[in-house]
Design a protein around this ligand. Structure first.
Ligand SMILES: NC(=O)c1ccc[n+]([C@@H]2O[C@H](COP(=O)([O-])OP(=O)(O)OC[C@H]3O[C@@H](n4cnc5c(N)ncnc54)[C@H](OP(=O)(O)O)[C@@H]3O)[C@@H](O)[C@H]2O)c1
Length: 251
């Protein structure tokens, strides 16, 4: 059974993935800012759960989490960097601070976690680093400047780390979900084709983690369409993006 650090475990994909991995018998260190959902899992799964709450945009809190895991377990076999947020850009009021906020939550938080996780992974069994990106990275979508930039950067960070960590035997996987029904997407007021229930998404991810693929992307038809559109000439991508933006204006 693995020792896994899972971030963003208080809600959505992270909470559902925690259930999957705990039912499979793994030990989980669970992070998020909201502690109640983490304690609820600890009550149900007892010593399998280590509650390590904190704000991952705060480097000190991330280091405290790392120390806590080291004292309790001494090592990690897997890290799943799932915590994230989404805000949409209003281009008429373009706000650099918002881009920084989203990039901090989605990219810099991940790199802070990687900094504290790597020494623990190096002491673990068959170490595996996993990051939750997004299918948004296949195609530039309207109002997704901040979210898309953060996830595209996360994709590159993980793909590059895969190269550099291969020599040490640390595998790196990227998870690229399409739309999943979570509190994050329940705020969206535009059509979300092929949106999956969160338990289905969590099971899909959990079932594939053991094989350590480079990427776990779903739903397959949705990803195929995005990849196809993303391979079109940029003037066609622009036309598609503008059409999608118009659709968003008329829900
Ligand atoms: N839902 C989708 O359709 C979809 C699609 C593609 C990718 N994703 C990605 O999947 C991941 C999970 O998203 P979700 O849909 O499950 O969203 P969610 O329900 O809003 O969950 C986000 C999780 O991240 C945690 N989190 C956010 N900011 C944090 C911070 N500063 N410090 C610590 N924890 C933080 C939240 O916990 P607290 O608020 O308690 O801190 C929560 O547990 C995200 O990376 C998201 O970008 C989602």
């Amino acid at each position: 059974m693995k020792r896994i650090w899972l971030t963003g475990a208080s809600s959505g994909i992270g909470a559902a993935l925690a259930e999957e991995l705990l039912s499979a018998g793994h030990r989980l260190a669970l992070s998020a800012r909201s502690v109640e959902p983490l304690h609820a899992l600890a009550e149900r799964y007892g010593e399998q759960v280590l509650v390590v709450p904190g704000d991952l945009t705060d480097a000190k809190q991330v280091h405290t989490i790392g120390q806590h895991i080291e004292q309790a377990w001494g090592a990690l076999d897997c890290v799943i960097l799932n915590a994230g947020t989404c805000e949409y850009v209003e281009v008429s009021q373009f706000e650099a601070a918002m881009i920084e906020r989203v990039v901090s939550a989605n990219l810099f938080s991940a790199s802070r976690c990687i900094e504290v996780a790597l020494p623990l992974l190096r002491k673990g069994q068959r170490p595996h680093l996993v990051g939750v990106g997004s299918s948004v990275t296949y195609l530039p979508l309207p109002r997704s400047e901040a979210y898309g930039a953060s996830k595209a950067a996360l994709r590159y960070l993980l793909q590059s780390l895969r190269v550099d960590l291969a020599g040490e035997g640390i595998d790196v996987s990227l998870v690229s979900p399409g739309f999943v029904d979570t509190p994050l997407t329940q705020k969206n007021d535009f059509p979300m084709p092929m949106r999956w229930p969160v338990q289905r998404a969590a099971r899909y991810i959990a079932e594939r983690l053991d094989k350590r693929p480079h990427e776990i992307a779903f739903p397959t038809p949705f990803i195929a369409v995005l990849k196809l559109l993303g391979s079109l000439p940029s003037r066609l991508q622009l036309a598609i993006g503008r059409r999608l933006a118009r659709n968003e204006e008329t829900p």
